[in-house]
Design a binder for this molecule. Structure first.
Ligand SMILES: *Cc1c(COP(=O)(O)O)cnc(C)c1O
Length: 227
């Protein structure tokens, strides 16, 4: 994506230091097929069942699947069996289930911890106070590899992007064992704050609208139970 390269060049980032995750939620499998044909391998999905349905339609392609939406404990098994990455882990119970349910024949599930930096109203993301203990515990789980942190800031809050980068560096200094995971990922930046996120040190931007165009306005309904 030329825009991503340009954003990196402006702030002196190496060309390959920012990975692109194409966020394909609410887009049909045919749209994923077209973007893959243009050279994209990594796709991000928010809704587990929608993602599983599309995976079944796209088994002929070599794709990497990232879950970026909220994950309830009754969905961990299917996620552990089908995804490569989960960016939205924010509590130990979910991480323990994913680790235990990751099939032995697959590589460890790559994990980012979602941090709630600036949104008191959101139930997603762990607090900064909870983060060190959560990171230490997740890093010890055999079926997972703790790769970094993820944030969804309030629109326009680029201070949260810098705060996440600092949090990532502080955590690595405090828990040097994380370097072995390797703890190398800052998952931040969406269509509207791509440039700010790259300037703040993002290593992985999650871009939907700017690649696929607008989504259908209505998200599919999600079960509210957390059995
Ligand atoms: C939908 C979504 C994106 C992509 O958003 P766009 O504004 O379409 O680029 C990125 N991250 C998360 C967590 C999302 O839910």
């Amino acid at each position: 994506m030329a825009h991503l390269r340009a954003a990196g060049q402006r702030v002196g980032r190496a060309p390959d230091s920012v990975a692109l995750l194409a966020v394909s939620k609410l887009q049909p499998a045919a749209a994923i097929r077209a973007v893959h044909a243009a050279g994209q391998q990594a796709f991000g999905e928010n809704y587990v069942q929608e993602a599983i349905d599309k995976m079944a339609e796209l088994t002929d392609l070599d794709l990497q699947w990232h879950l970026i939406g909220p994950l309830q404990s009754n969905k961990t098994r299917v996620v552990a069996e089908h995804f490569d990455w989960v960016h939205s882990v924010d509590r130990l119970k979910i991480a323990q289930r994913l680790s235990a349910q990751r099939p032995a024949g697959l590589a460890p599930l790559q994990i980012c911890l979602q941090v709630n930096i600036d949104d008191e109203d959101s139930k997603s993301g762990c607090s900064l106070a909870e983060l060190p203990a959560l990171a230490e515990a997740v890093a010890a789980l055999p079926g997972l590899r703790l790769r970094g942190l993820m944030v969804i800031p309030r629109p326009g809050n680029s201070a949260a992007l810098h705060a996440l980068a600092k949090t990532h560096a502080d955590l690595l200094a405090r828990l040097p064992a994380l370097a072995q995971q390797p703890f190398d990922t800052l998952s931040m930046g969406m269509s509207d704050d791509l440039d700010e996120a790259v300037a703040a040190g993002s290593t992985l931007v999650r871009i939907g609208t700017a690649i696929f165009g607008a989504r259908a306005p209505q998200a599919p309904s999600q079960p509210s139970s957390d059995a």
